[in-house]
Design a protein around this ligand. Structure first.
Ligand code: F6R
Length: 583
């Protein structure tokens, strides 16, 4: 979370404005507030950086930050950069032991302007400089005293270089070329500088870099030894963040599923087999993911069980510590993530690697940290997903996971046929008439207070995912249950008119729907066939084993319209960020 972007240049003198432009491309990482410091100026504001138009005095150096608040409220004082005497820095991550350091500094009489953990880092670096340490030693010493995941970018008054350090939170150097050969970019993600260069150096954990106009030097943060880094050319083209004729990225990305499902399953047989052979080589597979991706993994638990006869353990990454004792050199850790940067997942994978576990992953962002630490990785190729609520990446994850389940049972071609047929029906389904119809259903629901969703089998995780989607963009309370579980408690909440979305129309699910209807629920059915019980019906294609994927499409559109009809911006829901790089 939090977008970090900085420029050091001998070629340009509008670094401040350029940093603002780059930060706008990282806004998905956090949009509570922003700030930019050049060598001579500091500007900070609460709100989204996409709305900022700021002019700076000429400068060839600037560091900036778009914030997702962790420590301290959303105020301009808490926005980065933070300055203490000669040190100005931006920080992404969490400085876990900051309170003890802050208390010590307070006792020394130092004053703090913010409630953040980040400001304490500026004080600690200054303390080291005051002890006559060089900036690099100061940053090394401070980094060693910090626990938690972080990346920092530091400017020091009177010092030409910019200093960066990383442990856990992503940081990438972009090497300017051509007219910008004496320009270096530092960012938490490549899109910030991709319009200028595709040549990068990845800073890995416990590494630092010193960036001057002439050179970039890399060091081990613990030993101080210099490190050689290869220049890597990334194949990304700058994907123009263009909504086209759509009002929001979310609805555009929902419609992108006309193509993205096919891209997800287009891996060669060799790539799939190689991946599966690692999965099969383990004695216990743990799938780790968060949020929506975790629900895709629960769906995969059903796919692997029913198609391949394999038991997969699915655990939300943040809960994995409770199962750590089962991770050893025979375990396969299988990570699923859109961004590939989610801190909770990275922590599990790093722990697993230390225990000798094999790490495999599927991510949408191909150059992500998760992709890079995996022994085997398959990209989703869904295209950039910009809206905070995941839609096309989710169905791509599920499509690829379903294909892998077939491959695990030596039925790769059969799996491809199921998914190609799904992709073609999705292509027909997603049309303006369908969208209009679902909007009309949203009009009947947008002022309700609660929505319940039920599903059975692989539609149970879709009930959970539907609830996430509805809640995060419309702020309507929604909850998903295994269809058979409703009567074990939650049915007490059903009153006359309570909207209940029923995924599927098999006889058992319909019996459960009947139990709800008998207590006054309004039933919105999502299935390939209509049913007399349904007050409203969201039609989906017959999709066989891919029914879970098909069922999500109308829910995504419904969630989108529930948000817009309530006057909300579904692309940037409150309190959220696209890439969750803090624990
Ligand atoms: C919800 C959503 C989140 C993410 C979760 C994990 O729509 O997108 O729940 O699924 O934050 O993110 P990734 O997939 O990037 O690891």
């Amino acid at each position: 979370m939090c977008g970090v972007f900085a420029i050091s240049s001998a070629d340009i003198n509008n670094a401040g404005e350029k940093v603002i432009e780059g930060l706008k491309k990282l806004e998905y990482r956090g949009y509570d507030s922003w700030g930019v410091a050049t060598s001579h100026e500091m500007k900070k504001e609460v709100g989204k950086i996409s709305c900022a138009t700021v002019v700076f005095k000429e400068d060839s150096k600037a560091i900036g930050h778009s914030r997702w608040a962790t420590h301290g409220g959303v105020t301009s004082e808490n926005s980065h950069p933070h300055t203490y005497k000669t040190v100005t820095l931006v920080h992404n991550g969490i400085f876990e032991n900051y309170l003890s350091a802050k208390n010590r500094l307070l006792q020394k009489g130092e004053k703090f302007l913010s409630d953040t953990d980040s400001e304490v880092i500026a004080h600690l670096i200054q303390e080291q400089l005051d002890l006559s340490h060089t900036p690099e030693t100061a940053i090394q010493n401070v980094s060693q005293s910090i626990t938690g995941r972080f990346s920092i970018v530091v400017m020091i008054e009177g010092v030409e270089e910019i200093f960066v350090a990383r442990r856990g939170s992503p940081l990438i150097i972009g090497r300017g070329k051509g007219e910008l050969s004496k320009t270096t970019f530092i960012a938490s993600d490549i899109p910030a500088f991709l319009e200028y260069t595709n040549v990068v150096n990845y800073i890995d954990d416990d590494e630092m870099a010193i960036i001057s106009n002439e050179s970039v030097q890399f060091y081990n943060l613990l030993s101080g030894e210099e490190i050689e880094k290869r220049n890597i050319e990334v194949s990304w083209k700058e994907e123009v963040a263009d909504k086209g004729d759509y009002n929001h990225f979310m609805i555009k990305e929902i419609f992108d599923q006309k193509q993205s499902l096919m891209s997800a399953i287009n891996h060669t047989e060799e790539e799939i087999q190689e991946f599966i052979s690692v999965l099969q080589s383990g004695n216990g597979v743990y799938m780790v993911a968060c949020g929506t991706a975790h629900k895709a993994c629960i769906a995969a638990e059903y796919y692997f069980s029913q198609i391949a006869g394999r038991k997969i353990n699915v655990v939300p990454a943040s809960e994995m510590p409770a199962f750590e004792r089962f991770i050893n050199n025979k375990t396969v850790l299988f990570a699923v993530s859109q961004s590939g940067e989610t801190a909770d997942i990275l922590e599990v994978l790093e722990f697993g690697k230390k225990r000798g576990a094999k790490v495999i992953s599927i991510t949408n962002v191909e150059s992500s940290s998760i992709a890079r630490i995996s022994q085997n990785h398959l990209p989703l190729r869904a295209g950039k997903e910009k809206a905070v609520a995941s839609t096309k990446a989710t169905t791509s994850q599920m499509a690829l996971l379903l294909l892998l389940a077939y491959a695990d049972n030596n039925r790769l071609n059969e799996g491809r046929l199921v998914l190609q047929s799904l992709a073609s029906s999705v292509n027909d389904l997603l049309n303006p008439r369908y969208e209009e119809y679902i909007k009309s259903v949203a009009e009947t629901l947008h002022d309700c207070r609660n929505i319940f969703i039920i599903g059975r089998n692989s539609l149970f995780p879709m009930a959970l995912e539907s609830a996430i989607k509805i809640m995060e963009v419309s702020y309507i309370h929604a909850q998903g249950f295994a269809a058979g579980e409703m009567k074990h408690g939650p049915i007490a909440l059903i009153e006359k008119g309570t909207p209940c979305i029923v995924l599927g129309c098999d006889s058992e699910t319909i019996s459960n729907a009947m139990e709800l209807k008998s207590r006054g629920a309004k039933i919105i059915g999502v299935s390939n066939k209509n049913n007399i019980l349904f007050d409203q019906w969201l039609k989906i294609p017959s999709a066989g084993t891919a029914i879970s994927i098909a069922s999500l499409l109308p829910i995504q559109i419904l969630s989108y319209y529930l948000a817009t009809l309530r006057g909300l911006n579904p692309d940037m829901p409150r309190n959220l960020a696209k890439s969750v790089t803090v624990k």
